[in-house]
Every structure is written in structure tokens, then in C-alpha cells.
Design a protein. Structure first.
Ligand code: PLP
Length: 440
């Protein structure tokens, strides 16, 4: 299905160790040559010519729709109906190799339905990273569920299992890792621990369509998972979401919460009697979104592989620069995907320069670099106000999340082949690194 060559699992550590062991011969010669090349040119921030003189903004345009999508939407306009929803659900089950899937109007409604499906008593705790979009957490409050904020590893931006272990209480009932911008969490270790402790495993795979660990898709590791098909996501339907369920019971509950026609709920189910009323919400996906998602699913595997190969061409060079790292777990048994950002991290001490100075210099070179600080949920006011919660969440210190926000350098993810931009970004980084000790 995919090759090792497209696997993003090569860690900085192993690359650096290899270079050291080999007397750094080939790698160092290359680095010296690059440094020499970069050092002769004046930085754009000091009046030199930018390395990216005319940024190709089309390189990160998303979504990319074509004739197939236009045709699918046109067909639906000419012959309106709901068929694309059923077809998408069947195709998603098939692709993911899961028994049940329900389309929802977005990822947030899929999450709310998932929390309802859990059927846990108020006060039940769910472990979840604070470093995530609000929708992974806030809908819990509608059912009296309590988020337990877990730290992330600042180099993976993913669920820190050791931190979760420290936060386990008798009220903890479930874990909800998020595969941040397409990098798989260590679901094997998380599932083993959850099984040992009797916890339900959930996944927020809103960013991870097509990512795998040990050849199993992210979303297929858990009892229930959600995906977003919102327009920035790897499978864009402009707005839309999907839930996947390993049991009929979970499917029935998640469905009846927002689907009054009880689609797919079998006659014997205790939820079938709510056909015609549902339980008060209508969260059906728009069929036009389903039509778009079906088209986008066709090319998903190809897009993932091409995106990985291109990002390797850029990151394999950038991560040779002192103090510059990429988001990776270093695992060779996973296939990440890329979404939205190509996230790098700076170790300021090792690099000998501050993140702010580097980002300013890169921006002057024409690089769309951002000293990204993602909004941490546990620092938001609504988690401290009793009015919104059955049980108020505890607000912890999360040093890994803070470190991530202090060290990230977000580059855009190039959504189509952009060899010129890759070459120019490499040149910009090499220039800035060659002059980094002059930057203040
Ligand atoms: C991690 C994560 N979970 C859930 C969602 C919610 O998805 P949607 O925007 O489709 O409601 C998002 C959306 O950005 C997200 O980033």
C-alpha cells in the first residue's frame, strides 16, 4: 500500500548518531559546503536579496477540488437526495476496516455524539491533551464528563502516556488521544495500558485520515473515533465529520443522539423506538459534503504518499542544521500524514540563537514561518467557571505543552509538488543558519 521510503519515521537522533559514528565525513562536508554557500549572501533582514523572492502561495492552497468534485456537486443539484451519505459511510467503513461509521455535520458533532454514546455517569473522567482544538474537550460538559488534562511530548505534540499514568484516578473511565497534524500517537502502548486499567479507548483522528501505526489506520485502534472533514483537513468536504464505532451499541447511541430517522439502527435495538423523534438534535451531514468527501477519498492514499515524499526532501536537509528538529515519534512502524503545518522545533541553546530572531530572519527571506503558540485548553476561562460544569476540571501545570509553544516553528505544508519552494526554503534556512550568531 505504501513504501518505507515515504515513512517519516527517521528520527533526528538516529541521523545525528549515524553522522557522528561515520566520522561525520559525508554529512559534514555537505553541511560545510551549504554553510559556506549561505554565508556569502547577505540576509534579507539586513538588506540582501530574499531567498524566496516571490512566494508561491498556491503551494499551500487547500482544498484542491477538480472536475470530479464539480461533477458530483452538479449531479446532486440536478437530482437532489441523501444517497451520498450512505455511500460515504459504506466506503469509509471499507477504507478503515471498521464495522460501523456514521456521518455527522462536522467533527464537533461527531465528538458530542461520541461522548453521549459512552453513557457514563456524571463525574466520569476522560484523559485528553490540553494541546488540541476546543471540540475534543468542551462537548464533554454536556454529559457531566470531566476532562483530565494530559501533557504532550513537546517533540511529537502527542499524548504523553507517562503523564497520563500519573493522573489516573478511580473516576477515570476513558482516554482520548489526538493524532496531532497527522502524527500517530503510540496507540499500541496506550491501548495496552488502557486494557490493564479497564479504560475505554477513544481517538480524535480529525487530522489523521490515512495515517497508520503497524499498518492499522488511526481511528481503527479505539472503541470509537472521530474524523473532521472540514475544509482545512486532509479529507476536505468544506464542512463535515465522521464517527467510527466498534460495536452496534455505540453506533446506535451515537446515531440516535442526532439522527431522528434512526438510520442503520436495527429493529431489535432498544433505540429503534426513537425513530421519528431522535433525542432532540439533527446532526445529519449535508449530502453535498458527502459527495465531496467521496471524491476526495479516491485520491487520499496518493496524496499522503506524495506529501510525505516532498516533506522528506525538505526536512531531511533542514534537520541537519544545528538545533533544528521536526515533529516525529521516530517510529519506523508508522506512516504519518501531513496536514496544515510542517512543524519544526528549535533548541535555542544548541542553535545559539533565539526562535524569535530566526523566525524574523526567515520571514524577511520570504519564508512563511511562524513562532506558533497553539491555544492551550486548560488555560481557557470556561474550564474554571462552575456554571458550565457538573464537576469542575482540575487545572494542572503542563510543562511539555508550554515547551512546545516556546519552541515551535511552523512552516506551511505544501499541498502540491513545489520543488522551487522546497529549494528556496532550504536556501533561506541555510542563509539564516550561516548568519545565526549575528542575529540578536
Ligand atoms: C483536533 C480536532 N478535533 C476536532 C475538530 C472538530 O472538527 P470540525 O471542525 O469538523 O467540527 C478539529 C477541527 O479543527 C480538530 O482540529
Amino acid at each position: 500500500m505504501y513504501t518505507e521510503a515515504t515513512n517519516a519515521g527517521t528520527s533526528n537522533t538516529s541521523r545525528r548518531t549515524f553522522l557522528k559514528a561515520a566520522g561525520a565525513a559525508a554529512g559534514m562536508a555537505l553541511a560545510t559546503q551549504r554553510t559556506a554557500r549561505g554565508s556569502v549572501e547577505t540576509l534579507a533582514i539586513n538588506g540582501g536579496t530574499p531567498a524566496v523572492p516571490a512566494p508561491d502561495t498556491d503551494a499551500w492552497r487547500w482544498p484542491r477540488y477538480g472536475e470530479a468534485e464539480e461533477q458530483a456537486v452538479l449531479e446532486l443539484v440536478r437530482k437532489p437526495g441523501y444517497d451520498p451519505i450512505d455511500e460515504l459511510e459504506a466506503e469509509w467503513c471499507d477504507y478503515m476496516d471498521v464495522p460501523h461509521a456514521k456521518a455527522h455535520c462536522n467533527g464537533t458533532s461527531a465528538l458530542a455524539s461520541m461522548f453521549f454514546a459512552l453513557d457514563l455517569p456524571p463525574g466520569s473522567e476522560i484523559m485528553v491533551p490540553s494541546y488540541t482544538f476546543f471540540a475534543t474537550i468542551v462537548p464533554m460538559r454536556l454529559f457531566g464528563l470531566v476532562p483530565v488534562f494530559v501533557d504532550i511530548n513537546p517533540r511529537t505534540l502527542n499524548f504523553d502516556l507517562d503523564d497520563a499514568k500519573r493522573r489516573l484516578t478511580p473516576n477515570t473511565k476513558a482516554v482520548l488521544p489526538v493524532h496531532w497534524i497527522g502524527l500517530p500517537c503510540d496507540m499500541d502502548a496506550i491501548c495496552d495500558w488502557a486494557e490493564e486499567k479497564g479504560l475505554i479507548v477513544l481517538e480524535d483522528a480529525a487530522h489523521a485520515h490515512g495515517a497508520t501505526l503497524q499498518d492499522k489506520y488511526m481511528g481503527a485502534w479505539s472503541d470509537m473515533a472521530i474524523f473532521s472533514y472540514q475544509m482545512s483537513k486532509p479529507l476536505p468536504a468544506i464542512e463535515g465529520g465522521m464517527g467510527t464505532y466498534m460495536t452496534q451499541e455505540y453506533y446506535d447511541r451515537a446515531t440516535i443522539f442526532g439522527h431522528y430517522q434512526a438510520p442503520g439502527i436495527p429493529d431489535g435495538s432498544i433505540y429503534k423506538k426513537y425513530l421519528g423523534t431522535g433525542l432532540g438534535l439533527k446532526l445529519r451531514m449535508h449530502p453535498m459534503a458527502a459527495a465531496l468527501a467521496r471524491c476526495q477519498l479516491q485520491g487520499l492514499e496518493e496524496r499522503v504518499s506524495a506529501g510525505l515524499a516532498q516533506t522528506r526532501r525538505l526536512n531531511d536537509v533542514l534537520t541537519e542544521l544545528p538545533g533544528l528538529y521536526e515533529q516525529t515519534s521516530g517510529r519506523t512502524d508508522m506512516r504519518r500524514i501531513h496536514y496544515e503545518w510542517n512543524m519544526l522545533f528549535i533548541d535555542e541553546q544548541e542553535a545559539g540563537v533565539s526562535r524569535e530572531a530566526v523566525v524574523a530572519a526567515l520571514q524577511a527571506e520570504g519564508v512563511r514561518a511562524d513562532a506558533l503558540s497553539y491555544r492551550l485548553q486548560h488555560k481557557q476561562p470556561m474550564y474554571t467557571e462552575a456554571a458550565w460544569w457538573h464537576h469542575l476540571p482540575e487545572i494542572p501545570e503542563l510543562p511539555g505543552s508550554d515547551t512546545a509553544n516556546a519552541t515551535s516553528i511552523a512552516l506551511p505544508y505544501f499541498t502540491r509538488e513545489a520543488p522551487e519552494m522546497v529549494a528556496q526554503y532550504i536556501k533561506a534556512f541555510e542563509k539564516v543558519w550561516a548568519h545565526r550568531h549575528e542575529l540578536t
